[in-house]
Design a protein. Sequence first.
Length: 207
Amino acid sequence: MNRSASQAVVSGLHSQLVLDRRLRVLSEQTLKLMPDSGTVLDVGCGNGVISRLIMDSRPQLSIQGIDVLKRPSCAIPMDIYDGDHFPFEDNSVDTVMFMDVLHHTDDAMSLLKEAARVSRQSIVIKDHLCDSAIANRILAFMDWIGNRSHGVRLPYNYWSSEQWQLAWKQLDCEPDAWVTDIGLYPWFAKPVFENGLHFLARIPVNT
């Protein structure tokens, strides 16, 4: 089997075993951390499918997306932005969400500060914990498989548990919800690709 055929097989398996499940599970788990109603800014929204699933389950929420790349289609209203400054006024949305976005940036802290600026209530984050060299390799492999075909920038900027703790201190707030057993992968893949590598958190702001 040549290289292109092998990549096609890997991509197909990823879609069947990972992507569809990820969209469903992340939308269900993220919904638990969202307000009952109000406005949400989805930073790095991609194709907007997770946000669309959330709104379908909770119609009282209105989710607007921003991203540095425009996909061929997006399931929610979205605007292109410069990757640094969110085109929103201070305290103008109820919640800001980052779904596996911050590790694609060189300066995640600046985006977290932007989120705290525009949010009235909370920041919801799905991202990674990278506390070992092997964790870094696994996360980089998953990142490459999931994003290379979409032209997404891959700096592999994964933070350790200590770095996340420092981020909470800089934001002067602590998560009031923290989930590490998200259920993204089937049982046979979970020991390698999930345990200890992922978290979903809600950080209250302006309290």
